[in-house]
Ligand binder design. Structure first.
Ligand code: ZN
Ligand code: ZN
Length: 243
């Protein structure tokens, strides 16, 4: 307990120490290059849902997974540059559950490093938390990430995350222990869109995509409001679908 408090204090004073190995990072971010190079990239993935493709699948002309071919999700594209491996899981869990907000620039850097600057997005929407969970956690991690990513959208002056268009109007149970069907039921009608989104190209920002149930529920609501194109920007994709 004392040790972890001391480590956190040291990190605050010396932000150039790596959040994973605790060594000097020798850069402006609290993540050293050797640790960064250990993170597994999501390079061969479905073009729509970003699930990693194995074996001969990635040689197919369409580069779509069987699930997207059979039942296309309501979002048009997922950008998930990393796999949710051990190191990234550690960073994300500390950021999210231990409230280490100073890790936000590291996570934004990791997304931007692979995804680059985007030009064709009108609205950036962080996945909203219900107000009660936001109050309990003290922040919405997707908002923090979206604020950093918005600076790099190539609109004039970047894009400020939109926090008004979508509301999560009822609390949903924590989803981490649920199967895909339970997640879908849990999220039915969880989001309301408060204004027309006619013809807009929208990016939804989330931390990790697991089954995609949250992104799908939100995308469905936005498409019903008129959105033309929906992308999901998240850090990582879980390597296998949670069934
Ligand atoms: Zn390191
Ligand atoms: Zn797919």
């Amino acid at each position: 307990m004392v040790n972890s408090a001391r480590i956190r204090l040291l990190e605050g004073l010396l932000p150039n120490h790596c959040a994973l190995c605790r060594m000097r990072s020798y850069r402006h971010l609290p993540l050293c290059r050797p640790c960064e190079s250990e993170l597994p990239a999501n390079t061969v993935a479905c073009e729509q849902c970003a699930i990693p493709l194995a074996g001969a699948n990635h040689l197919a002309a369409s580069r779509l997974c069987g699930q997207c071919l059979a039942h296309p999700p309501p979002y048009d594209r997922v950008i998930a540059p990393w796999l949710y491996g051990e190191y990234l899981a550690r960073l994300i869990q500390r950021w999210k559950y231990q409230r280490e907000r100073h890790l936000t620039p590291v996570l934004a850097h990791l997304w931007l490093k692979k995804a680059g600057r985007r030009t064709d997005i009108d609205l950036l929407i962080p996945v909203p938390l219900h107000w009660r969970r936001r109050w309990h956690r003290g922040f919405n991690q997707s908002e923090l990430l979206a604020a950093h990513l918005g600076d790099h959208v190539a609109a004039a002056g970047g894009l400020t995350p939109d926090l008004r268009t979508v509301k999560r109007h009822r609390p949903t149970a924590p989803q981490s222990a649920m199967c895909a069907a339970q997640r879908k039921r849990n999220l039915a009608n969880a989001f309301t869109v408060s204004r027309p989104c006619d013809n807009l190209r929208i990016a939804i920002v989330d931390d990790v995509l697991t089954t995609g149930a949250t992104a799908a529920a939100l995308s469905r609501a936005l498409k019903q409001a008129g959105a033309r194109h929906i992308e999901v920007w998240c850090l990582a994709r879980t390597p296998t679908p949670y069934i």
